[in-house]
Design a protein around this ligand. Structure first.
Ligand SMILES: Cc1cc2nc3c(=O)[nH]c(=O)nc-3n(C[C@H](O)[C@H](O)[C@H](O)COP(=O)(O)OP(=O)(O)OC[C@H]3O[C@@H](n4cnc5c(N)ncnc54)[C@H](O)[C@@H]3O)c2cc1C
Length: 402
């Protein structure tokens, strides 16, 4: 028999799983389609370190996800940013903004396990896995969706179809929504690093001509390293032995965080920006990476995608009766416009400026860092964005954690 849902979410990654949890509070009939089989986590829940903005932590606490984390999170209480070869630096303390932390660092795998544990408590959620989204067509009262599930092709009906299926979104394609792609020519290497001194809540960011290198304070006493390199060099840097790799990173960071003494397995992520031309279509919406994939330099991708999910849930809650009504989608698209544009511009601008080796830009960049360090108003704006409290903030993000 063909199933019928109020909302069908395609993609059970970071944003799709969060959306399914947020929708459970609305007493709707929700389906979640995920290609990964039960017993395994989607591949995106890997060893990358996620910096969750303070506002996201509030929302994930309210959604009862944070309680399911088995490993301790790492609080970011201070941020030091500087640029190799330029004067100036920025030093921000969360305490100066009345907060205990800018956010928390979690390993994506641990976060995936917590989301999965929370999803398992949702009695009403219908999960389709392993199931691959094949296609969809919209009618007046909903979408007809085809999935390839175990046992063959199934046809589902839903009042609202949500594409949470990541950067190469099949839902986006099926809806006929185009996307603009930009290749940064950079690859981000990620690893766990141990320093002679424990992190103590400080995140170190060092910008170079080839992209950012940062140490994020993890909850396990290690740092989460992200190291941007030109894609053409990525293979060679990945192939360095541990001592040579650590020496390279130490040379970029200097001795700010102390001596780096150990490094774990490294993984590589080629960086692209993919921005959908629209976030809604009749009876359908896009959230998270399917709507926009950002350069991770500002650690904003999931934080922004979570706000997509929360605002969509709020729009649905505000228009009871038909989750896919044009008014729901209109509200969603309109409310997401500003945050989306601003966060894209911020991450993109940071990525381009910091990776631009032009000597002419150097004094400007140094001046920028000096001004930023001296101007508490500018810093407050930056801090507000980093913590997720700027603009039209979803209600769950505003709840303060104890
Ligand atoms: C190195 C790195 C570091 C990052 N650090 C941060 C950070 O510190 N803070 C932050 O906020 N963000 C960070 N991000 C960004 C963050 O990882 C993304 O924003 C986030 O993963 C987007 O979640 P999503 O659910 O939209 O997409 P994804 O996480 O990609 O999930 C998509 C899901 O859809 C499923 N799927 C795909 N196709 C189909 C199909 N046809 N049928 C069924 N299911 C399908 C996939 O299996 C997957 O589970 C980082 C990214 C990288 C690469």
């Amino acid at each position: 028999m063909n199933a019928s849902h109020d909302v069908l979410v395609v993609g059970g990654g970071l944003v799709g799983a969060s959306l399914a949890i947020a929708l459970d509070r609305l007493d709707l009939d929700v389906g979640l389609v995920e290609i990964t089989p039960p017993g395994a986590l989607p591949a995106v829940f890997d060893q990358r370190n996620l910096s969750l903005a303070d506002a996201s932590v509030n929302a994930l606490t309210a959604l009862d996800v944070m309680r399911h984390l088995r490993a301790p999170t790492g609080a970011i209480r201070e941020i030091h940013a500087s640029r190799k070869g330029d004067f100036g630096r920025v030093h921000m303390r969360a305490g100066d903004y009345g907060r205990q932390a800018f956010g928390q660092v979690v390993v994506a795998r641990d976060f995936g396990e917590a989301l999965e544990a929370r999803l398992a408590t949702l009695a009403r959620l219908q999960r389709y896995r392993p199931a691959r989204f094949l296609g969809a067509s919209a009618g007046a009262d909903g979408c007809t969706v085809r999935i390839d599930a175990e046992g063959g092709e199934r046809v589902l009906h839903t009042r609202l179809l949500v594409g949470a299926d990541g950067t190469r979104s099949g839902v986006r394609d099926a809806l006929g929504i185009g996307a603009a792609l930009h290749d940064y020519g950079q690859t981000l290497l990620v690893a766990r690093v141990r320093a002679a001194r424990a992190p103590h809540g400080v995140a170190w960011e060092r910008l170079t001509d080839h992209g950012p290198t940062a140490l994020l304070p993890r909850g396990d006493g290690h740092y989460g390293l992200v190291h941007g390199v030109p894609t053409a060099d990525a293979e060679a840097v990945l192939g360095l032995d541990d001592a040579a790799f650590l020496a390279r990173v130490q040379d970029i960071l200097g001795w700010r965080a102390g001596r780096l003494v150990g490094v774990g397995a490294r993984s590589a992520y080629p960086l692209q920006r993919v921005v959908a031309d629209a976030t809604v279509a009749p009876r359908a919406g896009l959230v998270g990476n399917a709507a926009q994939t950002l350069h991770p330099i500002g650690a904003q991708g999931f934080n922004l995608g979570l706000r997509d999910a929360l605002v969509l849930a709020e729009a649905i809650a505000g228009h009871r009766g038909d989750a896919g009504a044009p008014s729901v989608l209109g509200t969603y698209a309109q409310r997401r416009q500003e945050d989306r544009a601003r966060t894209l511009a911020f991450s993109d601008g940071l990525a381009r400026l910091t990776s631009n080796p032009s000597a002419l830009l150097r004094p400007l960049r140094s001046l920028g860092l000096l001004v930023l360090d001296a101007d508490s108003g500018l810093q407050a704006q930056l801090a507000g964005g980093a913590m997720g409290y700027r603009g039209d903030v979803p209600a769950l993000c505003r709840r303060s954690t104890p």
